[in-house]
Design a protein around this ligand. Structure first.
Ligand code: ADP
Length: 543
């Protein structure tokens, strides 16, 4: 017997319609590429998203067409999120930090028809222009006064001119909720970038879960600053969750240094921030050097890479900001797990709470998760063993764009994440490593994440990365690579002494090497492939 409830499709356009009606004056504040701060309410954003949708239709964009963006977090990018998906076209967010050949590969693979680009990112499109096969128009996201005088791209269009004379009265079309809404490519740290094609249904369900109490518990009193870029997994869904909850949105544009982020946090009285660990490291240091305190922030959502326990402690002790660690993937929209204190745990002493936050969190409703061995057999979920993590759920990828990466998709919808983890009996997930980064020593696994996390607590260490290097007897042994804090004189002996007693004896790195900077990929993660290359041929002292 089927239920007798209405089968109305879940569509992204409903989010902006609702926000405009329910929270017309709630602000979206943006630091613009042109310079000044821009602010308006959801009502204005809604109108402009519709004007944009009308302009897109005028340029011939139809249901299913891909429209690319290369842009920072800002109000115009926000309008594109709703204007493009609202008419059933596919918002394709490209990462401006990717190598040019990847940008061209992705735009061609997606068959983008139009590319919208921020003024200071235009050189990226100009650099690959000759190699773009499907792009018919390039729109610069600015007004006429700021348009470049010349460009190698013929007939550049201007965003403000494009929408100026449109009425903004369009009625959003209604279509199947499984229609593709947006497209984001994985960053290619594991081979060619692969396209993850979200649907309206998956996006709306994921966004509602982001809003929920055990996840972000946002309300109209929340002011959120997503440092996580809108070109990375839809800014973790915050661009949709914010308007659903009536939260004020603060977009930082392209200035992501400690001083610029601090200024916005303070001036706009931000209560919730979200981003990858590297951004917060810079902010914490800036605050410490200038004796500043984050006065309004209550919670910081950190994910994308493991959060060092030293960072969790600093946020709390220096700013009374609670860290929530999230684990997820582009392929999961991206929410998988998040720090969640179960009943009574919030009252635990600091050190015990920090230990809970240092794990990757517990799965949210909607994400099923288990670990399997290399033969695909289920492993126990009692924290006793690590295994390959597989997941399934309504906002998890069922296949990559154009059928790539088939081997990652198993029976019964189980998607192979490529991560190795333990799942404890209370549901807590502890990521050991990406399967290709785990260090295999004497038949056992050493977690590079655990070692990095421990080393980051050592005074004088700014950043740490661990890679496995060949060893004649043990197969692989860990090499610890460290960037010193400015003016710190920390030595190999200091670091090893600090680690003594904090990690298993046989995990002790065989060597510590100091370098000036650790390479990061386009989404802020440590680029282990580049580090391995840098240390190719390196021989451990004892090997
Ligand atoms: P990519 O495009 O590089 O795959 P994603 O952001 O999708 O970019 O990366 C997802 C991966 O990032 C996960 O599979 C996991 O390895 C890593 N990751 C994300 N969050 C965490 C976390 N909190 N702790 C440890 N690793 C994390």
């Amino acid at each position: 017997m089927l239920g007798l409830m209405q089968d109305r499709p879940l569509l992204i356009s409903q989010i902006i319609d609702f926000a405009a009606a329910a929270y017309p004056e709630v602000e979206i504040v943006s630091r613009t590429v042109e310079g000044p701060i821009h602010r308006y309410g959801y009502r204005d954003a809604h109108k402009r998203a519709k004007k944009l949708a009308e302009a897109l239709q005028g340029l011939g964009i139809k249901l299913g067409d891909r429209v690319g963006t290369i842009a920072w977090n800002s109000y115009r990018h926000f309008e594109l999120y709703f204007g493009i998906s609202g008419i059933g076209a596919v918002l394709h967010t490209l990462n401006p930090r990717l190598a040019p050949e990847h940008v061209a590969y992705i735009a061609n693979h997606a068959e983008d028809q139009i590319i919208f680009v921020d003024l200071n990112l235009l050189p990226i499109v100009e650099g690959v222009w000759e190699n773009l096969k499907t792009v018919k128009h390039v729109v610069v996201m600015t007004d006429r006064a700021h348009m470049p005088a010349s460009s190698k791209i013929p007939k550049l269009l201007c965003y403000e001119e494009l929408i100026a004379d449109k009425p903004g009265t369009l009625k959003w079309p209604v279509f199947d909720e499984r229609t593709a809404s947006s497209l984001c490519y994985t960053s290619g740290t594991t081979g060619n970038p692969k396209g993850v094609l979200y649907s309206h249904r998956s996006t709306v369900i994921h966004s509602m879960m982001m809003c929920s109490g055990p996840v972000l518990a946002m309300t109209p009193d929340t002011t959120i600053l997503p440092v996580v870029p809108m070109f990375h997994a839809n800014a973790w869904g915050l661009v949709y969750a914010g308007p659903i909850c009536g939260a004020k949105l603060v977009f930082p544009g392209f200035k992501l240094d400690g001083a610029s982020i601090y200024e916005l946090l303070d001036k706009e009285q931000v209560t919730l921030s979200a981003g990858v660990p590297t951004v917060w490291l810079a902010l914490l240091d800036y605050c410490a050097q200038n004796k500043l305190k984050m006065s309004s922030v209550k919670r910081s959502l950190i994910g994308g890479s493991a959060v060092p326990i030293a960072m969790i402690e600093r946020f709390w002790k220096e700013h009374q900001v609670e860290v929530a660690q999230g684990w997820g993937m582009t392929e999961m929209s991206p929410l998988g797990t998040l720090t969640r204190f179960n009943r009574g745990e919030r009252d635990l002493p600091d050190t015990e709470r920090f230990a809970i936050t240092a794990k990757q969190g517990r799965p949210v409703f909607g994400v099923e998760m288990k670990i399997v061995d290399d033969a695909g057999q289920d492993l126990p979920l009692d924290g006793s063993v690590s295994g390959n993590m597989v997941v399934r759920g309504p906002w998890i990828v069922s296949g990559y764009m154009k059928g790539e990466g088939k081997s990652q998709f198993g029976a019964d919808d189980w998607f192979q994440t490529g991560d190795v983890c333990k799942i404890e009996s209370d549901g807590s997930v502890v990521i050991t490593d990406r399967s290709k980064d785990v260090i295999k020593s004497g038949g056992e696994w050493i977690s590079s994440i655990d070692l990095e996390n421990a080393a980051m607590g050592c005074p004088g260490v700014a950043e740490a990365a661990v890679i496995g290097v060949p060893h004649p007897k043990w197969d692989e042994r860990p090499l610890l690579i460290v960037v010193r804090r400015p003016e710190a004189e920390v030595s190999k002996a200091d670091v090893l002494k600090f680690l003594d007693g904090k990690i298993a004896k046989w995990w002790m790195p065989d060597d510590v090497q100091f370098i000036d900077a650790i390479p990061h990929g386009a989404t802020g993660k440590i680029l282990k492939t580049a580090l391995r290359k840098q240390f190719e041929g390196y021989k451990l002292p004892a090997a």
